[in-house]
Design a protein around this ligand. Sequence first.
Ligand SMILES: NC(=O)c1ccc[n+]([C@@H]2O[C@H](COP(=O)([O-])OP(=O)(O)OC[C@H]3O[C@@H](n4cnc5c(N)ncnc54)[C@H](O)[C@@H]3O)[C@@H](O)[C@H]2O)c1
Ligand SMILES: [Zn+2]
Ligand SMILES: [Zn+2]
Length: 346
Amino acid sequence: MIINRAAFMTGLGQMEIREIEMPKPKPHEVIVKLEYCGICGSDVHYYENGRIGDFVVEGDFILGHECAGVVVETGSAVTELSVGDRVCLEPGITCGQCEFCKSGKYNLCPAVEFLATPPYHGAFRDYLAFPENMCFKLPANVTTLEGALVEPLSVGLHAARQGSVTLGSTVVILGAGCIGLCTLLACRAYGATNVIVVDVLENRLAAAYKLGATHVINAAEHDAVAYIDELTNGRGADVVVETAGAVVTVQQTSYLVKRGGTIVLVGMAPQDTIEFNFAKILAKEAQIQSVFRYRNLYPTAIQALASGMIDLKGIVTHQFEFDALQEALDFVTSNKRDVVKAIIKF
Ligand SMILES: NC(=O)c1ccc[n+]([C@@H]2O[C@H](COP(=O)([O-])OP(=O)(O)OC[C@H]3O[C@@H](n4cnc5c(N)ncnc54)[C@H](O)[C@@H]3O)[C@@H](O)[C@H]2O)c1
Ligand SMILES: [Zn+2]
Ligand SMILES: [Zn+2]
């Protein structure tokens, strides 16, 4: 008999693995046996605090949304996928009817059901039923480990696209966590020739350098704004992407952006209201863009991985077994500086 297990967060910092029913596919769904699921900053946040903004965990809750696996069963109306296909799951199921869905900006759908965003359970379980049209087939040369990382990579690709990064762009990326590094890979793939990455942790800057940053700056040792001013001969960057989620880095963006350039806000700062120099934006005719997850990018991400244009393998620093999920979350929580990306193997 096949056993399905799920890891429930039963309280702050508490996980419990329990047997759950095997899912049955609705006509347009497939059953995916999960192989990898990344631990995201948001999972850690729910685990530690039980909430992110207005999203509050109530009752036992399954975390995890960066996942990939193998199709083991197909619903009666499934046409594109077959048993044995390896797929990664785009975690946001949208209504398809609202003006945002209809205009292709489905990431803005107010009715989205996103894995591991309360009240919708996530993917830390062996088997999951999911709509066929949100499961993307992986080519033979892309592993399910890479498939699980398509989720954060898509955030980076969306950031590069929101900033209109192109061949020859000079980009500053503030923050070199998983999202900053994925943004770096994306900007390089979109053609940025100069990518300056700023962080306060040496190990993350070393990772950024290895993944193709042209300059790395430790903001604990240098005044990042002055340093970048010098590097760009006082011109600033075509695109500044904020992925640190700190008040100071949000504030730095208006000083770092070039005249006519673009700021892309990705990081979620601890406070909603931040003092910001809008006079600089005005004088520079700079644009401010933002990123909410991603849209229409899974196929692009998978093609980039398959072609070798983007190599994600350097991102994962820690791997744990599903049985050790509690240990994994505790480790990530207490070693935030050392862990760039942890992933769970089923
Ligand atoms: N907009 C979206 O759709 C979206 C999606 C995913 C994640 N996020 C957000 O993006 C941010 C990054 O996510 P992550 O998983 O990479 O987090 P992370 O915490 O691993 O990375 C943040 C990095 O910023 C660095 N940092 C802190 N202060 C800094 C400073 N003053 N100057 C330069 N760097 C500094 C940290 O050392 C760290 O390496 C988070 O705020 C997360 O909530 C947003
Ligand atoms: Zn995530
Ligand atoms: Zn919608």
